[in-house]
Unconditional design. Sequence first.
Length: 471
Amino acid sequence: MPRSPWKTWLVVVLILSVLIVGTISFLGWRQSVPGVRATFVPPPAYIGLKTPLTLTLTAARGGVASFELRLVQGTQKATAVQQTFLPPRQTEQRLSLTVEGRSLGLREGSATLEVYGRDGFWRPIRVDDRPILTQPVTLDLTPPNLDLLAATQYLAQGGGGLVVYRAKGAARTGVNVGGIFFPGFAAGAPDAGTHAAMVAVPFDFPVASPVVLSAQDEAGNSVSRSVSSEIKPRKFPTDSVEIKEEFLQRKLPELLPERGSVPPDQLLEAFLVVNRDKRRQAEETKRAVSAKTQGKPLWQGAFLQPRNTKVFSNFAETRSYRFGGQDVDTQVHFGYDLASVKESPVPAANRGTVVFAGPLTIYGNTVVLDHGLGLQTLYAHLSRIDVKEGETVDKGAILGRTGTSGLAIGDHLHYEVLIHGISVTPLEWWDGRWIRDHILKPLREANVALIEGDQIKDEPATSPRHSRPAR
Ligand SMILES: [Zn+2]
């Protein structure tokens, strides 16, 4: 029986319909595949003279084929970066870009950063003529103003100083000494733009270490000025310390409580953990505590050395540790050890705020006082702490009592002066004349009233009492 023509037509129409629906849904799927996505980490708020950007591009299909970064200001558009990627194309491109703001030919002020991106995936209708990311930014092409006003002329290894300068339009200012950055603080009359930065020269830095003042604005535009301070060399002593088995047996439970009792054949190894790892931990805590500083000086006049104390160990002394007749370790001692009678009262060297009060590994019970602008003093091996964190104390106020807590052989005070966490010799700060000539002088030269301590010039210069009893 012959097939009726209308049935043939029905089959043809059905097949055509399936093909058309199939094609439409295929094209629809092609069109629906999302395009390239872009993210800035972190999103930039400013474009400056040289602004680094981290841009991540991700393609759902076809890989990242190209991108363009444009800066738009009203009707003006400028291409900042453009790049094409050849096959095989990556699904993700993580790009470190640098935009040079001046080359864009736009004026300073608000602008929009636009990111365009294409993948290698065909779609019926092109979707890459619209930005895939827009980011409002400020175009800032003016570096901060920076003038050096005055600085400590003679710095010394293991010593401190002060740099006074004027900075305008800056977000971050400070002084770099041989690679260590010391932040500055606004000082003097408001709106004058005057700043002061306390600096330190670590005891083992070469005398040729560069001292450079710098300022950076929000857009990352920076300027720097060389500071003509001279660094004088200093000699530091060496000493050797005999560690006795009996001392370790007595001390290790306190210094390494996690170990419990240490068998005699592990005493040396446990001591080295304390002397190296616990010491390093304490140094890290000192650096962290240094950030808790006030932007104004709390101190006035020479720092106090506790009465009737004898110095029996010096700043930056390189110590050989001996155990069982052998040299087992070498470490640097960053303070002065001051001995008097047992459990002597420990006075605050100057006015300051307690920023640390508690046990600190090898230092035992420790108090750190902040005197502002990054200057801090540390009191260690205490048998008792009589102050709390956050408390502000006057010069001479009793912080606690001396003792033997931590890695201390006999009752004494371990005293340190720190500038932004870098230990410097306490001798400078015990000496009113040194303060006048090295800290107050640059302030006076720059005509910045910061420390009400100029009457210090009438104060007799104090010099620390030295003696080294045999040990
Ligand atoms: Zn000490």
